[in-house]
Structures are given as structure tokens and as C-alpha cells.
Design a protein. Structure first.
Length: 342
């Protein structure tokens, strides 16, 4: 299948530069795969489409302030994006460096007042950096780091992004991008979901630099995904099993949750608890073993996320939905509107 089959034209004015005024205030497009129809609602209306006994599975990863801006000893500016390690950093981090060709091993960089980095190795646009601080390195990174907003948000990060680019259920540090489908949920909606008899559970998938990586090949099957770290608890695996046994639906909140559940499922659709890295690339055709419904945002043209959603929805229906979303002025990408696919 050719990558250009997943292309579409989007007016730049529809790329959301800021979140909705209030969390949960976005629009919601509902796709019914069985009958090929589309509804236009508000995100708070999602309750009308979910049933008692359904299970919502969410990604509780937490976004690190992974964008660091510092000065080299020479006085030149240096900007880096940290790449979290799945095996513990032990004082060293991998990073993407802007203008890495001008950074050599031995380069020292100061970030803020009390965080220092020394470049140990540079290869293929990535660097290994050793950090030091009078206090805890992670505490210093939390203080001086910037929210790693995606490149299509063409503004500097602001204080409100520390809250709004994080889900309300984020718990485990490790991502350099937000699981954006979860950004629409509020504590009030959580309460309403539980009052209706829905169950909520969590997995962890730490989103890495691959989320920004463009697909550079012509054929979808030739693309290779970067590994991402996933953990699914025994409790979550059991809740999924019970939901399936009762004939209820497992609704994945986001493409990262979808990837996690499908990565941990066996041929019969049973989810096994554990932790591992996964480079699973879901694209058409794909037989979903666990996920019955999907909540997601609107994704970039030619992206692996769009391909995953196409595999779940059907490419023709999804591209029709995107055309309709553009006509009706939906807001796209990380801070944009949402889609529920059933």
C-alpha cells in the first residue's frame, strides 16, 4: 500500500495552536463503522455512545519538560530534546540537538542556573549527554525544561501548557509527547462515566521521538517504527478479560493505548500483563484482537497514526470523515478536536 494514499490537504488555519478554552470543551465526531455514518457532537456528549460495563483504557504516561535551551561555553545558544531511556538514565541521556553538526564531544552546556550538560558522543543527529547539578538532575530538568510541543504548534510554550498538554491522569514520567486523546477528559466526566457504570483502567506507554518521525518511504510496509516502552498491569489485563467475557466493549483512549493493547495480546485476544518495548506498526490490513472502540484526535497526513486509525476504521470512511471535518472547521492535531470510532 502506498503512503500517498494517506495524504490529504489541510488548511493551516485548522491546526489548533491552543487548547480549547476549557478542558473537555472540544467537538466530537462520531464514526459508526457498521453503517458508515457520522455524527457531530461535543465531547461531553460521549456518554450517550458508551454503555454500562464498557471499559475505557487510558495511557497514564506523563510528559517530561524535555526541551532544554542552554548556552555553550563559547556563548552560543543550544537547544536539545531529551529522549527518555527505558533502562534508566544513570546520569546520561540521549538527545536530539538542533544544529548538531556544530556540537562536538566535550562541548559543555549550561541550562538555567544549576543544570550542566557535557556532550559525550554525537552520531546521526543524536547526542549522548551527561548531566550534573548541585541537587537532583531530574528536579533541575523539571525546573528549567520546556514543554516539548509538536513542531506544528508554531509558538513558544507557555506556563499553561504544563497543565493543558498533560492529561489529568498522568502519573508516570517518561514521554516527550502527550497521549492527546486523553486531554479531553475532565474529573467531572470521569465521575459521570463511573456513575453510568463504565469502568476505567490504565496502561503505560512512554511516547518517544518516533512520534515526530515522518514516513520517508513510498510503501507503507517498508516503514520501521521506533521502539516504545509499555507496561500493562495484572489488574488491567484482568479487567480487559472480564469485560470481554461479559460481552462488553474495550474502548482504547488514543492510538498509544491501542498499540499497547494489541502489542500484548495473543492470537485469541487475551492481554498478558508485563512490560516490554514494542515497535508494532499497525496499518491496513490489520485484524484487531482487543480494541472494540477508539477515541482519538485528528492526525497528520501520511503519518503512522493516521494509518493506525485507518486500519481500525476503514480507509474510505476515515478519509470521508476527514473531508467532512475540514468542511465543518474541526480543529486538528494535538490541541484539536476528538473522534470516537465504534
Amino acid at each position: 500500500m502506498r503512503v500517498d494514499e494517506f495524504d490529504y490537504s489541510l488548511p493551516p488555519s485548522l491546526i489548533a495552536q491552543y487548547p480549547a478554552t476549557q478542558r473537555g470543551g472540544s467537538r466530537l465526531m462520531v464514526l459508526h463503522r457498521g453503517r458508515g455514518t457520522i455524527d457531530h457532537r461535543r465531547f461531553g456528549d460521549i456518554l450517550a455512545y458508551l454503555d454500562s460495563g464498557d471499559l475505557l483504557v487510558m495511557n497514564n504516561t506523563r510528559v517530561l519538560p524535555a526541551r532544554l535551551i542552554g548556552k555553550k561555553e563559547s556563548g552560543g545558544k543550544c537547544e536539545i530534546l531529551l529522549i527518555p531511556s527505558w533502562n534508566g538514565n544513570k546520569g546520561k541521556w540521549n538527545a536530539l540537538i538542533k544544529g548538531s553538526s556544530r556540537v562536538k564531544p566535550g562541548t559543555r552546556i549550561q541550562f538555567g542556573d544549576d543544570l550542566y550538560g557535557e556532550v559525550k558522543e554525537v552520531k546521526d543527529g543524536r547526542a549522548e549527554i551527561s548531566f550534573s547539578s548541585p541537587g537532583e538532575v531530574m528536579e533541575a530538568i523539571q525546573r528549567v525544561g520546556h514543554v516539548p510541543l509538536p513542531p506544528y504548534i508554531r509558538r513558544p510554550d507557555e506556563p499553561m501548557d504544563r497543565d493543558r498538554y498533560q492529561t489529568i491522569f498522568a502519573e508516570r514520567d517518561g514521554s516527550i509527547a502527550s497521549p492527546t486523546a486523553g486531554l479531553h477528559f475532565t474529573r467531572e466526566l470521569f465521575e459521570s462515566l463511573r456513575n453510568k457504570g463504565l469502568n476505567l483502567t490504565f496502561i503505560t506507554l512512554h511516547i518517544g521521538v518516533g512520534t515526530f518521525a515522518p514516513v520517508k518511504v513510498e510503501e507503507v510496509e517498508d516503514h520501521r517504527m521506533e521502539e516504545e516502552w509499555i507496561e500493562i498491569s495484572e489488574q488491567t489485563a484482568k479487567e480487559i478479560e472480564v469485560t470481554k467475557q461479559r460481552g462488553r466493549r474495550v474502548i482504547a483512549v488514543g492510538t498509544t493505548t491501542t498499540k499497547a493493547l494489541e502489542s500484548f495480546s495473543d492470537l485469541e485476544g487475551r492481554v498478558k500483563p508485563g512490560r516490554k518495548v514494542s515497535s508494532l506498526f499497525i496499518h491496513p490490513p490489520y485484524d484487531f484482537r482487543v480494541v472494540d472502540g477508539l477515541i482519538t484526535n485528528f492526525h497528520l497526513p501520511r503519518s503512522t497514526l493516521l494509518m493506525l486509525v485507518s486500519a481500525f476504521t476503514g480507509k474510505d470512511l476515515l478519509m470521508k470523515a476527514y473531508e467532512e471535518a475540514i468542511e465543518k472547521g474541526y480543529r486538528f492535531y494535538s490541541y484539536g478536536d476528538a473522534m470516537l470510532i465504534l
